[in-house]
Ligand binder design. Structure first.
Ligand code: GLU
Length: 303
């Protein structure tokens, strides 16, 4: 299939739709991004790469990092992780406190903030330098030269009152062991990783390839663990819009409030899109449109 012309056509078709969403502004340092940016990148398991627009420009990956966080959590804790966090879609906003209260401090899934904060808490049991180890981990996924945007990390730490509240509510329910500062430092740095669409697509390829990085043959997760991460991406990867994403696009994926989305076609490829204007659920408006058009035009979907 000629993926290059598919994404070039989609790029031209969606460009006129920009201007309808809103760049995330609740983290002050994210406000300054140019809302008109648009990039698309595809990496195939066979090593081909296709790009259009701003596909090589780095941006703040925000909650897409929750997939790396979960993968490291599974690697270090194995199945014991699931005693601390669930696998059900939340149907609530990503930073909701309400659900935690009636579910006794066990977050619904690892892709809402509370769930990712618990996974970070478990990483702190085992990793001495979790921020360095996260960068080293993404490097193993064949995406080198990534870094943290310290301005974004700092900005988020200073204004992350809601995340601090989530940590402390869970601490009161005995589901947090480490200090607020230690957890927030790792969590905010993860969210402040900067990557391009090309880098994101490359780093997610192991999830399309049964847990193995195609270019190095390194196994990151077992086939069974990979199936589970993909299932959680499908059911929980898009905040309280996961159902609509499955309906419109039909692929496992993860979004972030920086405007990025990565999705995978198992056995074939991964695709990343970046467009900073978000819809009211916090997902990239054009990003969803691009992926909807991609699966419609190519017929590639898991359904
Ligand atoms: N760093 C963001 C927060 O905790 C992540 C938001 C997101 O991309 O969902 O609020």
């Amino acid at each position: 299939m000629d993926f290059q012309s598919v994404i070039e056509d989609i790029y031209q078709e969606v460009l006129p739709l920009s201007g309808q969403g809103k760049v995330a502004d609740y983290i002050p340092a994210l406000q300054s991004v140019n809302p008109k940016k648009l990039g698309i990148a595809i990496e195939t398991i066979g090593g081909e790469c296709f790009m259009v627009g701003d596909a090589q420009e780095k941006f703040s990956i925000q909650s897409i990092s929750k997939v790396f966080n979960l993968t490291l959590g599974i690697q270090t804790k194995g199945d014991a992780l699931w005693q601390r966090v669930g696998v059900e879609p939340s149907g609530n906003p990503f930073n909701s406190l309400v659900q935690l209260e009636y579910e006794n401090g066990i977050p619904r899934n690892p892709f809402i903030n509370a769930g990712a904060l618990v996974v970070v808490d478990t990483l702190l049991d085992d990793l001495d330098r979790p921020n360095d180890e996260m960068l080293a981990f993404v490097d193993r996924l064949r995406c080198s030269q990534i870094d943290y945007d310290e301005v974004v990390a700092q900005s988020e730490k200073e204004t992350g009152f809601n995340n601090r509240a989530l940590i402390n509510f869970m601490r009161a329910r005995d589901n947090i062991r480490h200090s607020d500062e230690a957890i927030l430092d790792v969590y905010c740095h993860q969210c402040a990783i900067t990557m391009s669409c090309a880098g994101l697509a490359r780093s997610f390829l192991f999830l399309a390839n049964n847990g193995v990085v195609p270019s190095s043959d390194e196994r990151i997760l077992s086939s069974s663990q990979t199936k589970r991460v993909n299932a959680i991406m499908l059911t929980c990867g898009f905040y309280d819009e996961a159902g609509a994403f499955a309906y419109l696009v039909g692929l496992p994926g993860k979004s972030g409030v920086g405007g990025g989305i990565v999705a995978i076609v198992p056995g074939q490829l991964s695709i990343a899109v970046w467009s900073p204007e978000l819809n009211r659920h916090g997902n990239s408006l054009l990003g969803i449109k691009v992926l909807e058009m991609f699966t419609t035009k190519t017929g590639l979907s898991i359904f």
